[in-house]
Design a binder for this molecule. Structure first.
Ligand code: UT7
Length: 323
């Protein structure tokens, strides 16, 4: 028998306020047409004043627990993937833990920007496989609206806020790729590319800063690195792209999503796409898409799902799992 980290619940939360592209036409030299055609984004949600990353993460976690039919008492670890935690410390994860009424177990954040959810899943998988946890809440939650430069049309039209969560549970499998659960992970980073996507502030520079991005450079890296990390993760699992039921990519740009699918030899009807409605929600985008994909009836029990993401660092990764 082989221990596996199996998804037993999924949920998400989107803040109430929906902002269509036309909002930006009022203050910037941009258009709905440019934003849609260059990125595939039509609208995004922005958190209300005072609404934080841990608030949204808690809502998503509650929805995932309800989907799993579990209580906070059943969970022994909480991981939040985020680059926009409420405070410098403590972690957003400990705030979610408290908001769920948990006084047991442990909680911590993972910061790998838009690739954060793949890193968090790999960490949760390692905790489960090593026997340090039986059930882990893995959350991606972001308030990127708080680090936007609203005068920079090349970035502020692209991002949104939201949260998604999975409950992973230790279960026994046969050790084959037919098992449910996480089958392989692949993580990468290369800090030489820092200047392509970063926030120009932080604790040790005593400012909050704004997101800065050389979009077309990131685009170039994205297509190549996403296809290759997905291939590597599939190889580690003893599978190939032909075995995929659903690609659930990081939702940054529809053109990146289409080109990556093409590189993998997959048609777009095997891809869960939410970028039109959510924009780029960084580490929240994959769990949001998993939750919406399940709600739409796309992702079903037993399906082979591949998630892949890239972001600031550069950091990128992929996770192969059977739903
Ligand atoms: O999640 C983390 C990873 N991030 C990503 O994956 C993002 C990757 N990059 C992208 O999605 C795309 O590069 C963007 C959507 C950011 C930009 O699309 P692009 O086709 O690469 O455009 P570009 O940056 O090469 O800019 C083309 C033109 C420029 O004008 P000039 O220099 O050709 O006159 C920009 O100034 O579009 C202009 N532009 C805009 N025009 C209208 C940039 N932003 C806007 C805008 N409205 N909002």
């Amino acid at each position: 028998m082989t221990r596996r980290a199996v998804v037993v619940g999924v949920g998400h939360y989107l803040p109430e306020r929906i902002v269509p592209n036309s909002e930006f036409e009022k203050t910037l030299d941009t258009s709905d047409e440019w934003i849609r055609s260059r990125s595939g984004i039509a609208r995004r949600h922005f958190a209300a004043e005072g609404e934080t990353t841990s608030d949204m993460g808690t809502h998503a976690a509650k929805n995932a627990l309800e989907d799993a039919g579990l209580l906070p008492a059943d969970i022994d670890a909480v991981i939040v993937a985020t680059s926009t935690a409420d405070l410098t410390f403590p972690s957003a994860a400990t705030m979610v833990q408290a908001a769920l009424g948990m006084t047991h177990g442990f909680a911590f954040d993972v910061q790998a920007v838009c690739a954060g959810f793949t890193y968090a899943l790999a960490n949760a998988n390692a905790l489960i496989l090593s026997g340090q946890a039986e059930r882990v809440l893995v959350i991606g939650a972001e308030t990127f609206s708080r680090i936007m430069d609203w005068t920079d049309r090349s970035t502020c039209v692209l991002f949104g806020d939201g949260a998604g969560a999975l409950v992973l549970e230790a279960q026994e499998g046969n050790g084959t790729s037919d098992d449910r659960g996480i089958l392989a992970t692949d993580l990468n980073s290369d800090g030489r590319y820092k200047d392509l996507l970063y926030v120009d502030g932080g604790v040790s520079t005593q400012s909050t800063g704004f997101l800065r991005m050389q979009g077309n450079q990131v685009f170039r890296h994205a297509v190549e690195k996403l296809a290759s990390t997905a291939q590597t993760a599939l190889e580690k699992a003893g599978l190939s792209a032909a075995d995929i039921d659903w690609i659930v990519p990081h939702q940054a740009n529809i053109r990146i999503i289409q080109r990556t699918a093409k590189k993998l030899g997959l048609s777009m009807d095997k891809v869960v796409v939410t970028v039109e409605d959510h924009g780029n929600t960084s580490a929240a985008s994959i769990p949001l898409a998993l939750s919406v994909g399940k709600e739409r009836g796309q992702i079903k029990r037993g399906d082979l799902v591949v998630t892949e993401a890239i972001g600031g660092g550069l950091a990128w990764g992929a996770v192969v799992l059977r739903w």
